[in-house]
Design a protein around this ligand. Structure first.
Ligand code: KE4
Length: 441
């Protein structure tokens, strides 16, 4: 596969993907190991991937796509970056896992801490879910309180206390968002609207002294991309300070993406704890949580809060993460990402508008979402007004013409350092043909 070509072929029949999908559904629930990969909300056959390089991904029917999923965020340096592959190969030749400390765990920790000074100590785990779950347990232990506040439409992995939707009223305690989540657990989580200062104030006025922490995506990425309104994050910082609750930033997506020091640098708000994932593993399984030493020293084996993991700090994953962060060390990297991402976001929106398609675009740095909505999208209620049927048709036509977007209106598209100006121009040109055809139909 010639990886740098930006003129993409139109999709061949996906016979081999269809065959593999049939086989996968015999042995894996829904044929996938994570639900969103199953194309349920957009329809059609998930593309089975054989390889990828830089900004391109190749399916088993030899269809070559410009990829804006980037493994849901980790591959900010592009697929199979030579420096990342070499780091993994060198680590693997020495052994794959020891269950004992290694120097590279400290090297990655030092790099994370240098870029996010709010983090004095950090613990590596194997997923964002594990990181968020552990940070919540730590916040409850540090404050001696049980209630956690999250936001409608924000996602922090699938731990029971995070799979909670808003109660009947914004101030009623949470309800399970999935069968299997005990009601008693759900009631220890309160979910309120994102970007609403009054909603969080009311939550604290009613539950204030019982609230251990707020956990928030400082830029929402799981209801589509939604930027915090001016002053909102600082407001969360102030209200938690006032009530003795901790502020947890879930930077699994935004960490090292929206700025060299993540959203906490971009917006100038310092959380007590930070949850990380994706980019810090460079495509291998890594999550992390970190923050002030006074809190992190409560974690075993120093303190009484238990958390552990067989493959935590795995040397191959550490190597991939460190190689990736090293590629993001120069601040001008973020100028390049910003320029290319703006070109893509503006181009897609202009293409939709030129065809008379109602759409609005939300973008923060190299994460973005085109909502098929007539009004601006500032929260989950707004995102849910989008025309998901139209999104499904847009997704399928872009895919058939060689552009691989996230298979859901409520996810983000990611630009990597590997996306060239040619890729962006080719993507916008394809979108123009798609929107013209959608307008006709
Ligand atoms: P993981 O357990 O999937 O590594 O991380 C959970 C998580 C935590 N916090 C945020 C802000 C996240 O976005 C995620 C995971 N993101 C989803 C997609 N937006 C991963 C894709 C999937 O679930 O397959």
């Amino acid at each position: 596969m010639s990886q740098q070509q930006s003129t993409v072929q139109t999709s061949k029949p996906v016979a081999r993907s269809r065959e593999l999908f049939q086989r996968a559904q015999e042995v894996l629930p829904g044929g996938v190991n994570s639900p969103v990969r199953g194309f349920k909300s957009v329809g059609g056959t998930p593309r089975f991937i054989q390889s990828a390089r830089a900004s391109h991904i190749l399916d088993v029917d030899e269809n070559n796509y410009i990829d804006y999923v980037c493994s849901w965020g980790p591959l900010i340096a592009g697929h199979a970056h030579p420096a990342v592959v070499q780091a993994i190969e060198e680590a693997a030749r020495k052994g794959t896992s020891y269950g004992a400390p290694t120097e590279i765990e400290s090297q990655l920790a030092e790099t994370v801490i240098e870029r996010m000074p709010a983090i004095e100590l950090v613990r590596f785990v194997s997923s964002g879910t594990e990181a968020a779950m552990s940070a919540v347990r730590l916040a409850r232990a540090a404050t001696g309180r049980e209630l956690i506040v999250k936001f409608d439409g924000c996602y922090h992995g699938h731990a029971d206390s995070m799979l909670v939707s808003a109660g009947s009223g914004v101030l009623t305690l949470g309800q399970p968002d999935s069968p299997g989540v005990p009601k008693a657990v759900a009631e220890t989580t309160l979910s309120v609207p994102y970007n609403s200062a009054s909603a969080i104030d009311e939550a604290f006025s009613v539950h204030g002294d019982a609230i251990a922490a707020i956990i928030v995506e400082p830029v929402a990425g799981n209801m589509g991309v939604i930027e915090p309104e001016a002053g909102y994050l600082q407001h969360l910082r102030d209200v938690t300070q006032r009530h003795g609750a901790l502020l947890i930033f879930d930077e699994v997506i935004t960490g090292f993406r929206v700025a060299r020091g993540g959203a906490q640098e971009r917006f100038g708000v310092t959380p007590d704890l930070t949850v990380l994932g994706k980019i810090i593993g460079g495509g291998l399984p890594v999550g992390a949580y970190g923050g002030k030493a006074e809190y992190m020293n409560l974690i075993a084996p120093v303190g009484p809060v238990y958390q552990a993991g067989t493959l935590s700090g795995n040397p191959l994953a550490m190597a991939a993460g460190l190689a990736t962060l090293n590629l993001l060390d120069d601040a001008d990297v973020y100028d390049t990402l910003e320029r290319r991402s703006a070109k893509l976001g503006n181009g897609l929106l202009a293409a939709a508008q030129a065809a008379g398609i109602t759409a609005t675009a939300n973008r923060v740095g190299s994460m973005m979402t085109l909502f098929f909505s007539g009004s601006a999208v500032h929260d989950y209620a707004g995102a849910k007004h989008s025309d998901t049927g139209l999104f499904g048709r847009y997704f399928g036509m872009m895919l058939d013409r060689g552009v691989y977007l996230a298979p859901s209106q409520f996810e983000a598209a990611f630009v990597s350092l590997a996306h060239t100006d040619d890729d962006i121009e080719a993507t916008v040109a394809i979108a123009e043909t798609v929107f013209e055809d959608l307008a006709k139909s």
